[in-house]
Design a protein around this ligand. Sequence first.
Ligand SMILES: Cc1ncc(COP(=O)(O)O)c(C=O)c1O
Length: 386
Amino acid sequence: MIDPLFRYSSDLSRLSEQHQIRRLYPVAGVDFTSNDFLAFTCAPQIRDAVISALNDDLPIGSGGSRLLRGNHAVHEALENLAAEFFGCEKTLYFASGYVANFAVLTTLPKRHDLIIFDALSHASIREGLFASPVKCTKARHNDVNEIEGILKKWRTRADASATAWIVVESLYSMDGDRAPLEELFAAADRYGAMLVVDEAHATGVFGKRARGLTESYAGRPNLIAIHTCGKALGASGGLVCAAGAIIDFMINRSRPFIYSTAPPPMNAVAVTAALNLLAMEPMKQQDLHRRIRTAHEELKNHFSMQGSGSQIIPFVIGDAEPTLLIADRMQKAGYDLRAIRPPTVAPGTSRLRISITLHVTDEEISKMMHSLKTTLQELGITPRGS
Ligand SMILES: Cc1ncc(COP(=O)(O)O)c(C=O)c1O
């Protein structure tokens, strides 16, 4: 009899040979990995808000789709607060940023439209694009000239009612670099295109008031910003922030919104408390930026590297095997640093993704960088860009 599990075990063996196998590890070591940039996952104000809501009989589960009995007052309160906070007409709360991206890209673009997406876009964006009926074109990373060229060519042939969509991240998740938003908006305005900006790693960290890198563009009718709630906000979910007509359309037409149980009400309470905390404590953002500066100074001192300028610092090694070796040594030294390998990043660009959060002190950052340098010297490895 044919072993029905053989195709899985043989795939796993191949992954192992290619140093691509993944395993789950318990949380350990000093945090240089999480996206809990402001340490909000442990913020007493957020915990107290959830406990107090539960003590006031907030149900654990929502009990149904938002369009049926799953629509709780706390969901709507969050969406109203988020619209004010992010400066848009309306918002819609999804259970995760992944689903929010997927929902936007599978619901809004229509058949004769065109979607242009950045080559380094996150998997959740790509998943939405694969599932959408619309023609999708990949543009080189942060290359606005290429995007403009594609738009220009397409406009001469496209139906007058068709819309072009540009999809980017404001701060890239594996490289920590920023999208050229000013130029992207100029191109979008010139060609009547919509701009979808995934703010996952910028929310709560960048923007004068921590509203993300689209903060100064908020309220534009051609902007759809997705703010994930599981990173700097320390909770979970994804908020689609857009013009009222877009959100109303999604409520009526977005299958991931309609045919899924609404997020637990307590998650909405946690995100609401996180937004309030962010507004009340701008010092947290400043503290984080001080630590980011420390990390960049240490990077320069030890490795003559420039860094990304953000809380996400790619430390590119190249091949997967030595990257895993360094990560393993660093973990044994007490630092939670992880190897990021293909297919998450391009082949030959395996890296440690150093994440700076308020869980670490300036001193811990300096010690970690020193330990990283010693480890590389012992292994005889030189990182890229050093
Ligand atoms: C750029 C980006 N967008 C979206 C997501 C998905 O967000 P969530 O974790 O809330 O599903 C992630 C998650 O890592 C991400 O990095």
